[in-house]
Design a protein. Structure first.
Lengths: 112, 118
């Protein structure tokens, strides 16, 4: 069936370094992708999104890259800060369907 | 984005009882959804709350267990009925299709309701 998976369950990075969180998806019809950040005890918080007509999108300290050929997307966080410690989820959907397929999540730990 | 609140934020309930969770949005939205997130896991869609009509449930979820109401464009409730310890989870509402939003695909989540069933 459809799936959106993440390669690593936990990622530890030094404060100030860049973080890269990866995600693979299986449904080639998916054309809209989102990254969420979920801190302990809170709901998922929207970080950045990208549509399939783009390869790259940048936000504040974050960049999402989409490779449709290999059905892979990544979230890059520049100059990782302690406040970035959280679980990060990717989700993919087909526009207009509202049926999100969520990845399993990657826990990002920022080391001082 | 819209401000989404949920009540209660957490509860501890006895087996066999029911709990109703409320989701309130500060602006009208087209779509509202209910998700379940079991400890340490990802999100699973329970149902789409349809305004003025019966909710649309995903495979594995039924109306008798998770009745949902959506009386208007800013409010929805999810009831977890006849609870068992297996229902212990975080329950999240999300919304999409906000008025004047440039994207109707983006879902925004509430803070969640942490439910523990003893």
């Amino acid at each position: 069936g459809e799936s959106v998976g993440l390669h690593l369950p936990t990622l530890s990075v030094q404060e100030g370094d860049n973080s890269i969180i990866n995600c693979a998806y299986s449904n080639s019809a998916s054309d809209y992708f989102i990254w969420y950040k979920q801190e302990s005890g809170k709901g998922p918080q929207f970080i950045i999104d990208i549509r399939s007509n783009m390869d790259k999108r940048q936000g504040q300290r974050v960049t999402v890259l989409l490779n449709k050929t290999v059905k892979h997307l990544s979230l890059q966080i520049a100059a990782t800060q302690p406040g970035d410690s959280a679980v990060y989820f990717c989700a993919g959907t087909i526009s207009g369907t509202y049926k999100y397929i969520f990845g399993t999540g990657t826990r990002l730990k920022v080391l001082a | 984005s819209a401000v989404i609140s949920q009540k209660p934020s957490r509860d501890i309930c006895q087996r066999g009882t029911s709990l109703t969770i409320q989701c309130q949005v500060d602006s009208q939205v087209t779509m509202m959804f209910w998700y379940r997130q079991q400890p340490g896991q990802s999100l699973t869609l329970i149902a789409t709350a349809n305004q003025g009509s019966e909710a649309t449930y995903e495979s594995g979820f039924v109306i008798d267990k998770f009745p949902i109401s959506r009386p208007n464009l800013t409010f929805s409730t999810l009831t977890v009925s006849n609870m068992s310890p297996e229902d212990s989870s975080i329950y999240l509402c999300s919304v999409a299709g906000q008025f004047l939003s440039t994207s109707t695909d983006t879902q925004y989540f509430g803070p969640g309701t942490r439910l523990t069933v003893l």
